[in-house]
Design a protein around this ligand. Structure first.
Ligand code: SF4
Ligand code: ZN
Length: 310
């Protein structure tokens, strides 16, 4: 049987440490991963001044790893889990069950939000209707808005999300290709609040890779939704992630180097030249918006019209 390169325990399977040929056992991998996330959190001062913390947990491997690593690494920091049920048949119910079970087992407060019940439509309703706008884009807008609103209305000052290095590099790739400078400037480990109704966001997994979150979930024996969202098919996001993995095969550490260059070199320059948007309050919901009506309210009324006419 193979031996762990660190503690020499014989174990199967062994996990490969990122961008190296070092194979370690599950226990050494957990130590490595937890240290890595802790270092990221401390390096960017993610928990500095936090009074009330919420974790956005979908039930996928990344956010489940995030919740577990916080329990292990910051045992004295209390947090609440926020979970959105997006109304995708079978998939959303499985996600919710996993999150509910985790919170119950670990005595964590859980805030559940059911999109269909509160807003009259689900992400599945939208995915079922022919529309030019891609369902993942719509889903992203809905999740960002609701997470912020729920956190704001419940008095949280910080929300941690499970975005990892692969997610961030895919976003950067997409935004650079489209020249979306205003959005690029907002991709960072800590996004401070720009308005009293916008909750500060942190990304503790910004330096861990998809496969590391997966290895951690396996090593810690975590339950997570293993099937893919049925609506992801045909999404450009999946193709971009595959392309990035191919680049990484040719240029080791490509993802990390791109992230580092973005944070250290581009963000300071972009922040000098890209002025933060002037925000007012949406006429419909009262949340911050660039226009008279915010993009969530516009999108919601459009989806409701589509659902009614279908
Ligand atoms: Fe939403 Fe797309 Fe993710 Fe499914 S794959 S949960 S539709 S963003
Ligand atoms: Zn609104």
């Amino acid at each position: 049987m193979d031996k762990c390169s660190r503690c020499k325990t014989e174990e199967k399977p062994l996990f490969r440490l990122s961008n190296s040929n070092v194979l370690v056992c599950s226990s050494c991998f957990m130590n490595y991963y937890e240290k890595k996330v802790k270092n990221t959190v401390l390096k960017y001062g993610m928990l500095n001044g936090v009074r009330k913390l919420a974790l956005a947990v979908s039930g996928g491997k990344d956010s489940m790893a995030l919740a577990r690593v916080f329990l292990e690494v910051f045992p004295s920091i209390k947090f609440t889990v926020i979970h959105l049920n997006l109304g995708i048949p079978d998939y959303s119910d499985e996600c919710q069950e996993i999150v509910e079970k985790f919170c119950k087992e670990n005595s964590i407060e859980l805030l559940l939000y059911d999109l269909k019940k509160h807003n009259g439509y689900s992400i599945y309703d939208f995915g079922n209707i022919k529309s030019k706008k891609r369902v993942c884009g719509v889903c992203g807008t809905v999740k960002r808005y609701l997470m912020n609103k729920i956190a704001y209305e419940n008095g949280f000052d910080t929300i941690a999300t499970g975005h990892n290095l692969d997610d961030i590099v895919e976003m950067l790739f997409n935004l650079y290709i489209n020249g979306s400078i205003e959005e690029l400037v907002r991709i960072k480990p800590v996004s401070s609040s720009m308005h009293s109704k916008i909750v500060r966001k942190i990304k503790p997994l910004i330096e861990t890779m998809d496969k590391e979150d997966l290895y951690y979930a396996i090593s810690r024996n975590l339950s997570y939704v293993s099937s893919e969202c049925p609506l992801v098919e045909g999404s450009g996001m999946v193709d971009r992630k595959k392309l990035i993995l191919k680049i990484e095969e040719e240029i080791p550490s490509f993802k990390y180097l791109l992230l580092k260059a973005h944070i250290k070199r581009f963000i300071p320059l972009l922040e000098e030249y890209v002025l933060p948007p002037t925000l007012r309050e949406c006429e419909d919901c009262g949340m911050p918006s660039v226009n008279t009506v915010c993009s969530f309210c516009k999108l919601s009324s459009k989806i409701l019209r589509l659902v009614e006419n279908n």
